[in-house]
Design a protein around this ligand. Sequence first.
Ligand SMILES: [Zn+2]
Length: 398
Amino acid sequence: MAHDAPQATGPSKLVVRNIGLLLSGALEKPILDADTIVAENGKITAIGRLKDVDTEGATTIVEANGTTVAPGLIDSHVHPVAGDWTPRQNQIGWIDSYLHGGVTTMISAGEVHMPGRPRDVVGLKAMAIFAQRAFWTLRPGGVKIHAGAPVIENEMVEEDFKELAAAGVKLLGEVGLGGVKDGPTARKMVGWARKYGIQSTIHTGGPSIPGSGLIDKDVVLEADTDVVGHINGGHTALPDDQIRCICEGCKRGLELVHNGNERSALFTLRTAREMGDLARVILGTDAPAGSGVQPLGILRMVSLLSSLGELPAEIAFCLATGNTARMRALDCGLIEVGRSADFVIMDMAQHSPGKNLLHSVQLGDLPGIGMTIIDGIVRTQRSRNTPPATRLPEIVGH
Ligand SMILES: [Zn+2]
């Protein structure tokens, strides 16, 4: 388990060359015509053909050997607690395991599994500020964890949101996991959060574990959070007619999670697609939770939606990268000059019947991961968790 320093020391120039397929993360153009990426000091500086880009002075050269490069995957819904430990299933090293599943960025939906979690206003604010700081300082394997997501309680006033924002808190935990479970109160507090630049999400569907409650379509639509958290339930989903009402009744993000109802995820995908609203669909795992942790959860969602949802695989990857980055204003998630050099390098799994990586995912297989890169630094090589990739990238020069 590597607890890397988040930044490289000194100037760096990464060249990834001989890319067989370059996935952009952008719905409007999911495949790029390029075989080389250059990143300097952690940011993408050039994308193109090897002969056309400046590779002089590279400090690291990755020979992709014809494999697929995509933006590092983003898990829009995790419940971290402290460092790389989760008390929910009493597991350590789960974040590092996710990195081996291609996840380079995580968004907290609330640090709700903290033993003895404070529910009083001063205590919950302190915990949110602490979590934001702690997860930005300690990044297991280099994974970027956006945490510090307080769960709102009825006693909160506008000044509390202003204070949280001033202290660096940028997220709310799932509305509904605390004392606020009614539409009008949720709407008022979500409005305060938005006013101070704090993004919000909500627990959608039946109770997840003893102690949480039902949040139905009326509460979801009235609360008007930026993201409709696990619209496919966490795990118990709302009836299809309510899911349709939410899709049609607002323009907010529609989050599908691995720890949810898979049939409802496919129903939501179909509905959003019919509406021409695929850009609203983002992916998460909602882990750690009762269903455990899923290092390959985001890849499994991509494969599920592509195979059973009949979504071209290059589009399915956008739901786990560019869509989330845009909705959550992250500087990663897209292969674009100026963005963070966060990549996952993959190939078709050995012995998949697919013709290539995209076809194998459309058949329902998972890709094999050969390397992850965060901020232009190679973080992992062959994944210990995915099926082995057919071809592997390698570091050929420093
Ligand atoms: Zn939830």
